[in-house]
Design a protein around this ligand. Structure first.
Ligand code: AVI
Length: 323
């Protein structure tokens, strides 16, 4: 087999997304979810410890400082579903605090089986916490958790950390939270981590770090297309660009073509032409104000219970309860 990496169905969906995105005019784009293959996930782990990227450390500080209070505010929680499990480091403190009151079932939902296994290993040793991973997309996984795990009188806590909400366009973010709310009952809780708006210079450094890790993370997407879809991108002929869109209040990542060139993507059955300077848009990271976050929760059907911020790097963790 030419490209054994992906199962056929997943590969054809990937190829179709790539074909649609790269033939889009005037702005070519690739969905940011494809940044996270094994190489991309490893590079993202490095990003989280870069001095210029404060998001992950800020969230860890906030959760370390307020996990006890958070657990006191949702005392009935017996089932925890986390959308995107990450390494499990941030979640550990919350689970420990919740399990002081009652045994908890923790269901990380994560499309990457490798990341899921890592999270299960990292949190499998906690007392009074049983871990059951779900290798699905967020909403599909949440539906399964609710249908398979939830007992009639139990309260659910959904966690969506890391400012992944920022990678949705604003309207899509509201729709997504409404879909999450759909699987919850009144009184269930949501913890939402969101990076706050900060000066453009700080954002550019965070998304275009001088070490070049974010650049490698972005360029790896073209490497992935070569490896998995039989594309012939010359990675040296593209460069990473981070730019701030003041209207959307989002930092965008692009890949800019260094010259006029054509690229063939075998599995997507297309040849794509690039002009010198033309870009592929690969990710938007929207930055929020505290009011934006409250409003977002409100329109999705939640009441805000608490909001904690970090003093060093503007970041907010918000606790909502479903109406
Ligand atoms: C996963 N996500 C919240 C990160 C962000 O900040 O938007 C992804 C990332 N892209 C570049 N650096 C980090």
């Amino acid at each position: 087999m030419a490209h054994p990496v992906l199962a056929d169905k997943t590969r054809s969906a990937f190829a179709e997304d790539v074909r649609i995105g790269l033939t889009r005019s005037p702005q070519k784009e690739l969905p940011s979810k494809y940044l996270y293959d094994a190489v991309g996930s490893a590079l993202f782990d490095v990003i989280t410890v870069l001095p210029e990227y404060g998001v992950t450390r800020a969230e860890e500080r906030v959760l370390m400082a307020h996990a006890g209070e958070l657990a006191r505010l949702v005392p009935q929680t017996a089932l925890v579903a986390e959308l995107g499990s990450g390494s499990g480091r941030k979640t550990r403190r919350i689970l420990e605090s919740l399990a002081v009151r009652r045994p908890v079932t923790y269901c990380p939902i994560e499309i990457s089986p490798a990341a899921l296994a890592q999270c299960e290993r990292a949190l499998g040793d906690l007392d009074r916490v049983s871990v059951a991973g779900y290798a699905f997309e967020y909403l599909d996984g949440l539906r399964r958790v609710v249908e398979e795990r939830r007992k009639p009188d139990e309260r659910l806590l959904v966690m969506f950390l890391g400012s992944t909400i920022g990678n949705f366009r604003r309207l899509a973010a509201a729709h997504f939270l409404r879909d999450v709310r759909h699987w919850m009952r009144p009184g269930d809780a949501l913890v939402l981590g969101a990076d706050l708006l900060k000066p453009e210079r700080v954002l550019i450094d965070a998304y275009d770090d001088p070490t070049g890790v974010t650049g490698a993370f972005n360029l790896n997407l073209l490497g992935r297309l070569n490896r998995e879809l039989g594309a012939d991108f010359d990675l040296r002929e593209f460069e990473h660009v981070a730019r701030f869109d003041p209207v959307a209040q989002a930092i965008e990542m692009h890949l800019r073509s260094r010259r006029d060139q054509s690229v063939t993507i075998e599995a997507a059955d297309c040849v794509v032409h690039f002009k010198r300077g033309e870009t592929i848009w690969t990710e938007a990271s929207h930055k929020y104000t505290l009011d934006d976050i409250s409003h977002l929760g409100d329109v999705a059907g939640f009441d805000q219970v608490a909001q904690w911020t970090d003093a060093e790097w503007p970041f907010a963790e918000t606790l909502f309860v479903a109406r």
